[in-house]
Design a binder for this molecule. Structure first.
Ligand code: SF4
Ligand code: SF4
Length: 399
C-alpha cells in the first residue's frame, strides 16, 4: 500500500510498534492540533497521500520530542518522526498535493527563498541574494575576522530573521559580534564571509530542490575559502551543516562544532577570563536541533557558564533530550489551542523562577518574545531571554 520511496516511510514499516507513545509525548497533540499516531495509521492503512490530505502535517514542529519514548527510535537510528513528516512534505510538494491546513510561509527563513504558493517551482540560485553577514562587523574594527582560512564562523540566517522580525532585533543583533569576541579572546580570527541562506526551513518544509541548491552553493563558497572547521552558535545551523548538507552534497566533510563544544574540545576554556561576577539565576532552553536532532550538545554550554561565580543554573522540567523546545512557535494561527500550548510552555519557564532564560537558537528567541507578547500571563513574571554567546560575552566583558 505504501508507495512513497522514502527512507523514513521504510523505517516506519520496519520499526514502528504502534504503541502510541509518540502521541503521549507530543506538545501539539496535548492541545489537539496534531496527532502523530494518526499520520502513522493513515500511512500504514492507505498510504502517504491519505496522510497528507487527512492530517495537518504542517502543524508538526519536526522536533522529535515524540521519539524520546519511542521503542523504534535510537538517536539517529530507527524511527525519526520529524524526518518522516519532512519526507511527506517533500512528497506533497513534488506531487503537487496541497496538504491539509497548509501554513503559508512555514518557517521563518523561507520567506526570501520560496514563494508563498506551495505549488510554485523553486527559485533559481541567481535570484536568491547573498546573506550579508560581513556587515555585522563594519563598525567593530577591533574584532578580527578573515576572508580565507581553515576555521569559519557561520552566523546563519540571522539577517533574514531581522528582516522579517525587526521588532526583535535588540535580542538578536549582538550574537555575531559576541561569538567573534569570544573566538578572538581564545586566539582565533574566524573566516566570516557572505553566503546564501542556510536553507534549514526549506529543508524541513519539504522544499528539497531549493534546499539542495542552497547547500551546494554554500559548500562551494566555504571550500573556495579553504574552510575545514565550521563553528556555529545557532542550533539550526548546527543540524544543517552537520547532518543535512552532507545528506545532499557529496564529500561535504567539514568538521562542525557548536561554539561551546569547540571551546571544550580544544581546551580553550581556560583562556576565557571571567572578570564580571554577577548574581543571577538562569535556565537553559535546549534546542532539538542542537540536542536530540543534533549532536546532543547539552553539557559544554552549561559547564562554561558555570565558570562565572554568581551564575546558578536551574533546569526546566523539560530539559536536554526531553525539552519541549518548539511549543511556543510563532508559526501557528492565534487560536485557543495554540494559546494553551504556548501558555503551558511559558508557565514551565516562569515556574523555574530565574532571571534569564538562555538559548542557542535565535529562532527560539523570536518564538519566546512573540509568545509572551500574546500571553495574558503577568508580563513582569517572564525572565529575560538571551542568546548563550551573548550571555557568555557579557560575563567576559563587563557589559
Ligand atoms: S512511539 Fe514509535 S513505535 Fe510507538 S507508535 Fe509512535 S512511532 Fe510507532
Ligand atoms: S515531531 Fe514534535 S510536533 Fe511533530 S509529532 Fe513529534 S513531538 Fe509532535
Amino acid at each position: 500500500m505504501v508507495t512513497i520511496d522514502s527512507k523514513c516511510v521504510q523505517q516506519l514499516v520496519i520499526f514502528c510498534k504502534n504503541c502510541g507513545q509518540c502521541s503521549l509525548s507530543c506538545p501539539t497533540h496535548f492541545v489537539g492540533l496534531f496527532n502523530p499516531l494518526g499520520v502513522l495509521r493513515d500511512i500504514q492503512m492507505e498510504g502517504p497521500e491519505a496522510a497528507i490530505l487527512n492530517q495537518p502535517i504542517f502543524n508538526c514542529f519536526t522536533c522529535n520530542r515524540c521519539m524520546v519514548n519511542c521503542p523504534g527510535s535510537n538517536g539517529h537510528e530507527g524511527m525519526s518522526f520529524g524526518e518522516l513528516i519532512r519526507d511527506l512534505r517533500t512528497y506533497a510538494y513534488e506531487n503537487q498535493i496541497l496538504p491539509k491546513d497548509y501554513i503559508e510561509f512555514p518557517g521563518i527563513a523561507t520567506i526570501l527563498t520560496h514563494s508563498s504558493d506551495f505549488k510554485e517551482s523553486a527559485t533559481k540560485l541567481e535570484n536568491i541574494p547573498d546573506v550579508d553577514v560581513v556587515s555585522y562587523f563594519s563598525k567593530s574594527n577591533h574584532l578580527k575576522i578573515a576572508s580565507k582560512g581553515e576555521i569559519a564562523y557561520f552566523p546563519g540566517d540571522l539577517p533574514l530573521y531581522l528582516q522579517k522580525y525587526p521588532q526583535y532585533s535588540p535580542e538578536l543583533i549582538e550574537i555575531p559580534t559576541s561569538v567573534v569576541k569570544i573566538l578572538n579572546q581564545v586566539g582565533i580570527s574566524p573566516v566570516v564571509i557572505n553566503i546564501k541562506p542556510l536553507g534549514h526551513d526549506d529543508y524541513w518544509a519539504g522544499f528539497s530542490d531549493q534546499f539542495k541548491i542552497l547547500a551546494e552553493e554554500n559548500v562551494k563558497i566555504y571550500r573556495t575559502a579553504g574552510i575545514k572547521q565550521i563553528i556555529v552558535e545557532s542550533a539550526e545551523a548546527y543540524r544543517t551543516w552537520k547532518f543535512d548538507y552532507p545528506s545532499v552534497v557529496s564529500d561535504c566533510d567539514f568538521e562542525v562544532y557548536h561554539l561551546s563544544e569547540y571551546l571544550e574540545k580544544f581546551n580553550l576554556i581556560h583562556k576565557l577570563i571571567f572578570d564580571f561576577d554577577i548574581d543571577v539565576k538562569i535556565t537553559i532552553m535546549d534546542s532539538s536541533r542542537l540536542g536530540r536532532l543534533g549532536g546532543k550538545v547539552y553539557e559544554p554550554l552549561r559547564k562554561i557558564l558555570k565558570h562565572s561565580q554568581g551564575i546558578s543554573i536551574h533546569e526546566l522540567e523539560s530539559n536536554r533530550d526531553d525539552a519541549y523546545d518548539c511549543a511556543i512557535s510563532i508559526h501557528f494561527p492565534e487560536n485557543q489551542e495554540v494559546k494553551k500550548m504556548q501558555n503551558q510552555r511559558l508557565r514551565e519557564i516562569i515556574d523555574v523562577g530565574v532571571d534569564y532564560v538562555v538559548t542557542t537558537s535565535p529562532k527560539q528567541i523570536i518564538h519566546y518574545l512573540h509568545a509572551i507578547r500574546n500571553s495574558d500571563l503577568e508580563q513582569s513574571s517572564f525572565p529575560i531571554i538571551q542568546d548563550w554567546a551573548v550571555m557568555l560575552n557579557r560575563l567576559l566583558y563587563k557589559q
